[in-house]
Design a binder for this molecule. Structure first.
Ligand code: GLC
Length: 750
């Protein structure tokens, strides 16, 4: 609905408003791809001045001021979000001489925020916290910091400072939580954009972009979960993964030969450590030419993948977008022949330098190019490759950044680099996903480093080049939680740290801290110490084994959360605040997380620590290791020797578990164990503990491989367990469509 000459508002639902300027109408969204339902009704209630007026949906009221500013209320009259119309705080500026002096000492000076073509400025009330914004460094609460959305490859140590305003991913979505309300804002704009979350002034926050139009969504709800569900109803949700992709994965830049890869695989089996995949980093290629293999080091990838498959291990390969500029290399030749690469402003093919040296960049804004690229992945799947890891797709370039005016022809819809930079990785992931889906038939396993809002539909992500630093282990928790709240549930960090050398202690604490991560991959850089689980002796290997086994044990729980996510968009790893929103103590909890709603993990992330404080929210919690029942809404001190990651199960929960396995083969899983964690003991009878209570749990099962579930080939169970009754387990089927059911379903009281 046109509100005034600048602004239109549509009610996507009664709680989601699409607020945009006229120009945005022609813009095609890269994130909201399924089209927008306009299901809500927006009505003008009163007129106020020329441009003002009050508009309302069933849930929200928008009060327009005559100057175009808008305040959004709920229908109870509570002000959710007010436009800031006061004076802007002007930062003290430096003279050019002072700047030069700073630069000479190596300080980075940023003065680029002035280039916005629009800025939207909203009031801060003082009591809020802000979450989301993708993979940004720092803490869970983004308030007080400023960020940039410009997909960037920067391997320097990442911390919560100004240098890292931009990271690999651009997810221009955030959630504002206040004592009395919560809302989200998604700026659907792919240009370089800025999010100043109260850095400039404590009175307001603002966001803006260097191009495009104001085009954003205001998402209301009662809970953080509502906001995430709303956001993912627009941008999509992660489809169910192949089950094995949830398993442990081992990587290194780079395993240098087929023999080395086999050796690594054999070691996993020798040490009895579960493992589902090994990754081949760039050196498997022939001179870094994508979709080729080095004929000396990897003469027969099919044979290698078959040998690994016999050990239950899959092969995943890296694919970068930078395509080697070399006449006679068929991918290059074909791309040149068909005009598939991005062009310089003079019409010649644009080139820069990446791993292969001189390289050109596929224009993924073109469907033709995406189809071509997707087709090329067949060369890998034919050799038994089971997953594709997309890297350097910001796109990274070694010979300076791509100029703003590099042209992406996009099937006749010409765009410049400055507009599509932030969706380059997104479109590459989409090309890879679509290609794999079409010719492989299994659920595509794609990992991407760069992405945009909506990439969750196509890809898992990892947080890029972290370092083996305790600060980065600490940061991995809020980073994954904010990614999850930004609609990106399938995520992980390089376990052990990528750059610099890990230590035995750090590797142990990292595997513990990641033990429920949906992407569970140890990866490290070329020049670093080896960091496979057995490289530091038996104690470290045993700790790795313990937590990798724990991850596999709770695989059905993780898979159930993946299923739940397809319905709600809720992440697998969640900040405590998502389930205990009324408890302020949880709002800035950076070093604990929930797995679904039933498990709380409080990893040790301090070097040398053998104990830590743990905040347990309200209710009773069962210490996973000791069985102790602890009443929450308080801090406790938990002793945690090197092999202990403090874990708590919400009393009253059922958790589904599988028996031990070395790799995930859903077709061989016959037994499901239901662990019931009751709140209290009813006493002892005949020397045996008796427990009270009952619980209910919904469980999803399918073949874990392909899309048959879309045709109803899945089972949805409801288990009800009464601890006091003999044979107290009841099994009901809500949906019965998958023929291979469990042979045994057992309940145990923990
Ligand atoms: C980039 C990636 C890293 C990879 C390396 C070599 O730094 O982030 O994961 O190992 O390139 O391909």
């Amino acid at each position: 609905m046109e509100i005034n000459k600048n602004i239109s508002i549509d009610a996507v639902t009664d709680k989601i408003l699409h607020i945009y300027s006229k120009g945005a109408v022609q813009a095609e969204s890269f994130a909201v791809e399924a089209g927008l339902p306009v299901e809500g009704t927006l009505q003008k209630i009163t007129a106020e001045g020329e441009d003002g007026g009050i508009y309302a949906t069933k849930s929200l009221e928008i009060r327009m001021h005559s100057d175009g500013a808008m305040d959004i209320y709920d229908r109870d009259g509570r002000l959710l979000c007010a436009e800031y119309t006061g004076e802007r705080a002007v930062q003290q500026d430096l003279t050019e001489e002072e700047r030069e002096q700073m630069r000479q000492e190596g300080h980075a000076i940023y003065d680029d925020v002035g280039n916005c073509s629009f800025q939207v400025c909203k009031c801060l009330t003082g009591d809020e916290v802000i979450y989301g914004l993708g993979d940004k460094t720092g803490f869970l609460n983004k308030k007080g910091y400023d960020y940039m959305m410009w997909n960037s490859d920067n391997p320097d140590p990442q911390v919560e400072n100004q240098t890292f305003r931009a990271m690999y991913k651009s997810i221009p979505f955030f959630i504002v939580l206040r004592e009395e309300c919560v809302y989200g804002i998604f700026l659907d704009n792919t240009y370089r954009s800025y999010f100043d979350m109260g850095f400039e002034s404590g009175e307001y926050y603002w966001f803006g972009a260097e191009g495009g139009w104001p085009d954003y969504y205001f998402i209301a709800g009662d809970t953080i979960a509502d906001i995430i569900t709303g956001y993912t109803s627009l941008t999509g949700r992660a489809p169910l993964p192949q089950m094995w992709t949830l398993g442990y994965q081992q990587s290194r830049w780079s395993y240098g030969s087929a023999e080395e890869v086999l050796e690594i695989a054999k070691n996993f089996r020798k040490y009895g450590i579960p493992c589902d995949a090994i990754h081949l980093d760039i050196d498997y290629m022939d001179h870094f030419k994508v979709f080729t293999a080095d004929s000396k080091a990897f003469p027969d990838i099919k044979k290698l993948s078959d040998e690994l498959a016999a050990m239950g291990i899959k092969l995943v390969t890296i694919i970068d977008p930078g395509t080697k500029l070399e006449k006679g290399y068929d991918v290059y030749d074909e791309g040149i022949r068909n005009g598939y690469f991005a062009k310089d402003k003079d019409g010649s093919v644009y080139q820069n330098v990446v791993w292969p040296g001189d390289a050109v960049f596929p224009d993924f804004t073109s469907k033709k190019v995406r189809d071509w690229w997707g087709g090329l992945t067949k060369r890998l799947t034919e050799k038994g490759i089971r997953g594709i890891w997309n890297d350097m797709n910001e796109p990274a370039s070694f010979d300076g950044p791509l100029p703003d005016d590099v042209v992406f022809g996009g099937d006749g819809k010409k765009r410049f680099h400055k507009e599509v930079h932030n969706v380059y990785g997104h479109l590459m992931a989409k090309a890879t996903y679509d290609g794999l889906r079409e010719h492989d038939g299994r659920r595509p396993f794609v990992i991407t480093r760069a992405c945009y809002s909506g990439s969750q539909k196509y890809s898992t992500v990892w947080t890029g080049d972290n370092q083996s630093l305790w600060a980065h282990l600490q940061m991995s928790i809020p980073q994954l939680l904010n990614l999850g709240m930004s609609g990106m549930p399938m995520a992980g960090t390089d376990i052990g740290g990528f750059g610099s050398n890990t230590t035995p202690e750090l590797l142990c604490r990292w595997i513990e801290a990641s033990c429920f991560a949906p992407l569970f991959r140890n990866h490290t850089a070329k020049y670093t110490k080896k960091q496979e689980p057995w490289q530091f002796g038996e104690e470290v290997a045993a700790i790795n084994r313990k937590y990798i086994e724990l991850h596999y044990k709770f695989l059905p729980y993780l898979y159930d959360l993946c299923y739940e996510q397809t319905k709600t968009g809720l992440p697998i790893l969640r900040p405590l605040v998502m389930h205990y929103q009324r408890d302020r103590e949880t709002w800035e909890c950076n070093d604990e997380y929930m797995v679904g709603s039933k498990v709380l993990a409080a990893p040790v992330v301090q070097q040398g620590a053998a104990a830590r404080m743990v905040y347990l929210p309200e209710g009773v919690w069962v210490d996973y290791w000791t069985g102790e029942r602890i009443t929450g809404k308080r801090y406790i001190v938990k002793e945690a020797a090197l092999d202990v990651c403090p874990l708590y199960i919400k009393a009253g929960s059922i958790l589904p578990a599988y028996g031990k396995m070395q790799s995930i083969e859903p077709e061989n899983i016959d037994t499901l164990i239901l662990e019931y964690y009751p709140e209290k003991k009813a006493g002892r009878a005949g020397g045996v503990s008796r427990w009270e209570g009952s619980s209910r749990y919904e469980h999803y099962q399918d073949n874990g491989v392909d899309f048959a579930y879309e045709d109803g080939e899945y089972n949805l169970y409801v288990f009800t367990f009464h601890a006091m009754r003999k044979n107290g387990l009841q099994v009901q089927m809500l949906h019965e469509g998958y023929g291979r059911k469990y042979k045994n379903i057992k309940a145990v009281v923990r």
